[in-house]
Design a protein around this ligand. Structure first.
Ligand SMILES: Cc1ncc(COP(=O)(O)O)c(C=O)c1O
Length: 346
């Protein structure tokens, strides 16, 4: 919120641009659409990795900032994998580091040329993909960067960094014209203490070593998981952006959402948003990782043996159509029931 407010303050423009599918928190301006009861007229949602979007940035004069959540590199234009997207097997994810880096570079050029503030929202990927976050990982410098989560050692924290001129919350020539920011929990000493400890820990050689060859390590681990899944002959595979993994299903099925319960039975609980997502702690040892592969593969085998991934000729499209039919017929039944009850009541 503060990054966007400052961008508006310094550019004197109203609109923020976000990309389709990207999550930036639940504040109204960054979450237009489902879940937000109010319209968000100062938000443009554009297509990620698209020449047409660059064109919009080139021609419009009302755009203050562009928000990028680099996590989208794993699934551009799609939201986080949720139960809803597991009702069939059509979800896709594939990370192409070069392509996404090239996209960010073009975005950077256009934003610079148009004086639009480029904001990287690194709340998710900061301190995960590299010590210098997505900026270092993709080799692109943003104007402002937001951090959270890891930075506070898990405590509630939001941090904004940026170019000196953009971080300024007043004007030298008009001191009463300020860009307001404050809050009950701002600079909370307890959280600041955790953050300082985290930042100091990063400088320790053994922690710095964790960042050595993250891609090499996690790509090899993803390949090992996929090998185990192929050996087990189950219709599951993983795609990864470093230590952030997405679970994909290789054959049409409407029961994929049940996989989370088989995983839980094996001792692996996934976060509620992402029955299709695994996010690994960087300090996972080989033994930790192998335990995950063993549990994951055993869960998939058990689900297959129980018959939930039976062979069927139904395509993902047919499954979606069937589910839609069932929803409509269920609603109609409810409406008819209500009408009958009302008629009986006179
Ligand atoms: C990229 C990104 N931005 C913003 C947020 C919102 O952060 P908070 O939940 O602290 O408001 C999240 C939360 O998951 C996030 O992943």
């Amino acid at each position: 919120m503060q990054a966007v407010r400052l961008a508006r303050y310094h550019t004197g423009r109203s609109q923020l641009v976000r990309f389709s599918g990207a999550y930036h928190g639940w504040w109204g301006d960054v979450q237009p659409g489902i879940g937000n009861p109010a319209p968000a007229p100062q938000t443009y949602t554009l297509k990620d990795m698209s020449q047409d979007s660059l064109r919009v940035l080139e021609v419009r004069r009302d755009i203050a900032c562009v928000l990028v959540n680099p996590l989208q590199a794993l699934h551009p234009n799609a939201g986080a994998p949720s139960d809803g997207s597991l009702t069939d097997s059509s979800r896709a994810a594939r990370f192409d580091k070069e392509a996404y880096a090239a996209w960010l570079k073009r975005l950077r050029e256009v934003c610079t040329a148009r004086n639009i503030v480029l904001i990287f929202d690194e709340v998710f990927v900061g301190f995960r993909v590299a010590m210098g976050g997505a900026q270092e990982y993709f080799g692109v410098r943003a104007d402002m960067v937001t951090y959270g989560k890891t930075l506070g050692g898990g405590l509630p924290v939001g941090v904004l960094c940026g170019r000196k001129d953009l971080m300024k919350r007043y004007r030298d020539d008009r001191p009463a014209d300020i860009c307001f920011a404050r809050g009950t929990f701002n600079a909370h000493p307890y959280v600041m203490g955790a953050m300082a400890a985290f930042l100091r820990a990063l400088e320790q050689p053994e922690i710095a070593a964790l960042y050595g060859d993250l891609d090499g390590l996690w790509n090899a681990r993803a390949a090992a998981m996929n090998h185990a899944l192929r050996e087990a002959d189950v219709p599951v595979e993983v795609q990864n952006l470093s230590s952030i993994w997405s679970v994909l299903y290789t054959k049409p099925s409407r029961y994929n959402w049940m996989f989370q319960y088989y995983l839980r039975a094996e001792g692996l609980a996934l976060s509620w948003i992402g029955t299709g997502r695994l996010i690994f702690s960087l300090n996972y040892s080989e033994a930790d990782f192998e335990a995950v592969v063993t549990a994951f593969t055993a869960a998939a085998k058990a689900m297959k043996e129980d018959g939930w991934w039976f062979e069927s000729a139904a395509s993902d499209r047919a499954i979606r159509r069937q589910i839609l039919k069932e929803i409509i017929s269920h609603r109609l039944k409810r409406i008819r029931g209500l009408m009958r009850a009302r008629a009986r009541a006179g």
